[in-house]
Design a protein around this ligand. Structure first.
Ligand code: FMN
Length: 206
């Protein structure tokens, strides 16, 4: 275990609750693997360029992987390929993924490169590795207080499966627009759940 890729899709950047908890996960891994290297892909501090016509054309034609059209895509895929563990911190936006994370997906989920397509469907070409997704939301989409659908989890799970990633753990930080005490409780609950994972059993819980 040497490389962690942290993809943070919150417009709140470093102060995002989900991002802060993922950084605690990194600290916990570092206690176990002191030589751990962290690559942070902050999608709001450093937004990815919008998809252009050149990329769209390259994606649907036989274009060499080292063509300039694939420069951003290859850089992001390289980060994914090199990581031993992928951490994603994402808010729920209108029951779904934020646009910034969807754009990242549009660059990394590439036919003939990260998945193959046949009459039997799509199959991932990446080696499997653990993926921890922390999903934050202002309201509730699970449990007794759920008042909204969650299209984010099934969609993101399908995307990760299509890449070849099946070792997935989703953790939810719900109700983040409520009182300070309620927010603290949801973060503590998420931290306690994650500390049950063997990878993070040295996570410091209050
Ligand atoms: C454009 C937008 C759409 C949002 N849509 C939802 C939503 O559908 N459901 C929900 O519970 N919260 C929604 N929220 C609230 C965010 O999910 C919440 O502020 C965020 O998850 C806070 O997490 P963070 O501290 O990790 O950034 C939305 C926020 C924004 C900015």
């Amino acid at each position: 275990m040497n490389n962690v890729l942290l993809v943070n899709a919150s417009p709140q950047g470093q102060v995002s609750h989900a991002n802060q908890l993922t950084l605690e996960l990194v600290a916990s891994l570092r206690r176990r693997y002191p030589r751990l290297e962290l690559v942070e892909r902050d999608l709001s501090a450093h937004p990815l360029p919008p998809l252009g016509m050149d990329y769209a054309r390259a994606l649907t034609t036989a274009t060499p992987f080292d063509s300039p059209e694939f420069e951003v895509s290859e850089a992001l895929i390289g980060e994914l390929e090199r990581c031993d563990i992928l951490l994603i911190a994402t808010p729920m936006h209108n029951f779904m993924l934020p646009v910034a994370l969807k754009l990242w997906i549009d660059y990394v989920l590439r036919a003939h490169r990260t998945f193959s397509s046949s009459s039997e469907g799509k199959a991932g070409l990446l080696n499997d590795r653990p993926v921890y997704v922390l999903v934050s939301s202002g309201g509730f989409h699970q449990g007794k207080r759920a008042r909204q659908p969650n299209f984010l989890t099934p969609y993101l799970r399908h995307v990760l499966h299509t890449l070849g990633l099946f070792n997935l753990n989703f953790t939810y930080l719900q109700g983040l627009v409520f009182s300070e005490g309620a927010v603290r409780a949801t973060v503590e609950d998420a931290r306690a759940r994650l500390s049950l994972e063997s990878l993070f059993n040295n996570l410091v819980c209050a």
